[in-house]
Design a protein around this ligand. Structure first.
Ligand SMILES: Cc1cc2nc3c(=O)[nH]c(=O)nc-3n(C[C@H](O)[C@H](O)[C@H](O)COP(=O)(O)OP(=O)(O)OC[C@H]3O[C@@H](n4cnc5c(N)ncnc54)[C@H](O)[C@@H]3O)c2cc1C
Ligand code: FES
Length: 554
């Protein structure tokens, strides 16, 4: 079955303008290598180590899951690349998915869950896009057997990332922005042996955190759990994080950033200012209980009010809106009416098309979410400063004691205005190294960078891209010339009603959708084509093969 799938996908992939036959073949090979045998020939359960033996018969490009302990997650993955055997922990250090369900491309293991790659050989940050390393274990080949010795404590631990600390080097890198892209740049600098000073400035009152869980599990998230690192990490690696500080302006001539009257000199400036939630310019948008969901205080306000609300209206049927609709309805069930309003005819219409959008709408409707589609909002109305009603352009009014705006983001490119080139689509224009001016780089959600799928500049709002772009900019600063890769396929995911949709590519302006699989069962892969070439794909319950190319193939 998998073989049939892989060869049909390989054929489909050859139709793309992304993938050469050689690469398509590699996809097919790695898919074929997916079926895994969870076996070990012998396991010795010693005091604090396991000693495992398994047959030394792996084929090139094959991977095998080997159970090492009593718990399901006590497993490792062995695989062969270029005649060499590698062994890594099977549990993905991101949120624990089994890597054996992922892909092997060369010496890289790619988790199928959120598309993070682990480059097992390299000694600095090449696993992407993550802030935890993957545990690797030495393998001995003896008498036709693979012998692996594992400290038990390492089965639950992330691998260490190899970073340097600061020395007496006054060279100063200033990062504006405390999101994941800024964090990624700071860490990559330390991994790439940068020993100068790093200052990260953030307008938020917290250390950098991961926003992606806020709309998926709003009732569970705690700020300290979302924070990527604790203060101790920043102290250890000499990264000064200035919280609650807003950079008003930059002076690229004198190489300074300005925070009120304070001036900070830089040698290199990294702009990682991301985006802010966009509020539609409608009457009543500033009423109490009309919230956006970009910062942690947004999720706190939403969950607090949601618990006592009877009618929640969500404006925007795209990713943030639909994720929060699912999360709230799942948690509060019949206690609350949840209605999603959008002027498109189905949710996700612009990104996923009408067929996929309609099937996801059905999933939400079956779970009690209501929709008002093909209609815009006229105004938000209320009394005593609090929202009470959402008036639609078709004359209908919806009761609302909480409104959530999932109406997109506005890139925070104000700092660049007048000095750097900003795009009419938003964002700061960069070259393929994320450079925007001498000594100045921009990346993450604020950057408008070249993309080799559509051969034009584009601005992403994807977690993986933000982290990866921060890495690339940092490597360039450190003199390791690294352009955006030709084989780099952007990726994002969304999760609704416990189902994950993976999306890879750049589907903007697609003119054809080819669907493989069964939309009714939500087991499908949709390919998006533009002018006859496949430019993106979205999948649910089927591996998203295009996503594998989110690798810097060497
Ligand atoms: C609720 C939610 C769910 C998401 N889910 C997903 C998902 O499932 N999959 C996915 O791929 N992506 C998802 N995303 C998108 C992803 O989180 C972003 O792409 C990513 O956060 C971008 O990181 P960034 O560092 O570029 O920008 P940001 O995260 O926006 O960080 C920018 C930082 O810069 C600071 N800043 C801005 N201007 C200034 C200034 N002048 N002075 C000082 N500081 C400043 C801001 O305060 C902020 O701390 C989600 C986003 C949200 C909000
Ligand atoms: S669990 Fe592996 S990438 Fe998220």
């Amino acid at each position: 079955m998998l073989k049939i799938l892989s060869s049909s996908l390989a054929v489909s992939l050859r139709r793309t303008n992304l993938i050469t036959p050689r690469i398509a073949q590699r996809v097919a090979i790695s898919l074929i290598s997916l079926p895994l045998i969870r076996y070990s020939l012998k396991t010795l359960n010693l005091n604090d180590v396991y000693e495992i033996e398994t047959q030394d018969d792996l084929q090139e490009g094959e991977m095998r899951e080997v159970q090492v302990g009593p718990n399901k997650e006590d497993a490792v993955l062995v695989f062969k690349f270029d005649g060499q055997i590698y062994c890594v922990l099977n549990s993905c250090p991101h949120v624990g998915a089994s890597l054996s369900a992922g892909f092997l491309v060369g010496d890289k293991v790619k988790c199928s869950f959120h598309n993070i790659s682990f480059f097992v050989k390299d000694d600095y940050h090449e696993e992407e896009p993550m802030f935890k390393g993957l545990q690797t274990f030495p393998v001995k080949q003896e008498n036709g057997l693979l012998k692996i010795r594992i400290q038990k404590e390492l089965l639950n631990a992330p691998g260490t990332l190899n970073m340097v600390t600061t020395k007496d080097n006054p060279y100063h890198v200033v990062i504006i922005g405390g999101g994941v892209s800024g964090q990624s740049a700071a860490e990559t600098l330390r991994q790439a042996r940068f020993t100068g000073k790093i200052t990260m400035i953030t307008a938020e009152n917290s250390l950098p955190y991961d926003r992606t869980f806020m709309s998926k599990i709003p009732f569970l998230v705690k700020l300290q759990d979302l924070q990527i690192r604790e203060q101790q990490f920043y102290d250890q690696y000499g990264i000064d994080v200035l919280v609650n500080k807003f950079v008003d302006s930059i002076d690229t001539k004198n190489k300074q950033v300005h925070i009120g009257n304070e001036k900070i000199n830089y040698d290199k400036l990294l702009i990682a200012t991301g985006g802010s939630a966009r509020k539609p310019p409608l009457a009543g948008v500033d009423l109490k209980n009309v919230h956006t969901l970009r910062q942690f205080n947004g999720v706190e306000a939403i969950r607090e009010k949601a618990k006592s609300a009877q009618n929640i209206v969500i404006v925007g049927a795209s990713f943030i809106g639909m994720e929060i609709a699912s999360a709230i309805k799942k948690e509060l069930k019949d206690q609350v009416n949840v209605t999603v309003v959008d002027n498109t005819s189905v949710p996700f219409e612009k990104v996923l098309g009408t067929e996929v959008g309609a099937s996801l709408q059905k999933l939400h409707q079956e779970n009690g979410v209501e929709f008002e589609l093909s209609v815009g909002v006229k105004r938000f109305a209320g009394r005593k400063d609090s929202v009470q009603r959402v008036d639609l352009l078709n004359g209908k009014s919806l009761l609302a004691d909480l409104v959530i705006l999932g109406t997109g983001i506005q890139p925070n490119n104000q700092l660049g205005q007048g000095q750097l080139i900003t795009s009419k689509y938003g964002g700061i224009f960069t070259d393929q190294f994320f450079k925007v001016a001498p000594h100045v780089y921009a990346f993450g959600d604020v950057a408008n960078n070249p993309n080799f799928i559509i051969y034009q500049n584009v601005r992403f709002e994807h977690y993986n891209e933000a982290v990866k772009q921060g890495q690339i900019a940092a490597l360039n600063i450190q003199g390791i010339k690294t352009p955006v890769s030709m084989s780099d396929v952007p990726f994002f995911w969304t999760r609704q009603w416990d189902k994950t949709l993976s999306y890879s590519g750049v589907g903007e302006g697609f003119d054809e959708v080819i669907i493989d699989g069964d939309l009714k069962k939500l087991k499908f892969i949709a390919y998006y084509a533009k002018n006859g070439s496949i430019v993106a794909s979205a999948s649910m319950n089927i591996p998203n093969v295009l996503a594998q190319f989110d690798l810097r193939l060497k």
